[in-house]
Design a protein around this ligand. Structure first.
Ligand SMILES: [Zn+2]
Length: 117
């Protein structure tokens, strides 16, 4: 299973009506996920923190600012990590691949243009 698949599986099982599945979500999957996370780089952990944690925080609370600061530190400087989108001209930002190679993605959601890093 990929990291993202494990994360989705744990989220799904955590709300299961079946107590055995909830135990798996609480005890088994975190161990498997932790072993896989040990193999990721700091940049990849920063990407997961942004995608899986920061995106669910309340922007009005200080946790959001603290989490974003940690993401910036883990992902490193943004210098040289931005391109102009050839499709719409907006900025493209570097995403560190978790279960796939790194890629640039347009910041305009309706554009969605991606290219390998
Ligand atoms: Zn674009």
């Amino acid at each position: 299973m990929t990291n993202r698949e494990l994360i989705e599986k744990q989220k799904k099982l955590a709300y299961s009506d079946n107590p055995v599945e909830r135990i798996a979500a609480a005890l088994l999957i975190p161990g498997a996920l932790a072993r896989q996370l040990n193999r990721l780089t700091n940049s990849q952990i920063g990407e997961l923190l942004l995608d899986e944690v920061w995106s669910r925080l309340n922007l009005l609370h200080p946790e959001s600012t603290i989490c974003l600061h940690a993401v910036d530190r883990l992902r490193g400087s943004a210098k040289g990590k931005c391109l102009a989108c050839p499709k719409c001209g907006n900025e493209m930002t570097l995403h560190y691949g978790i279960d796939e190679p790194d890629f640039f993605e347009c910041v305009l959601l309706s554009c969605g243009h991606r290219k390998p890093a």
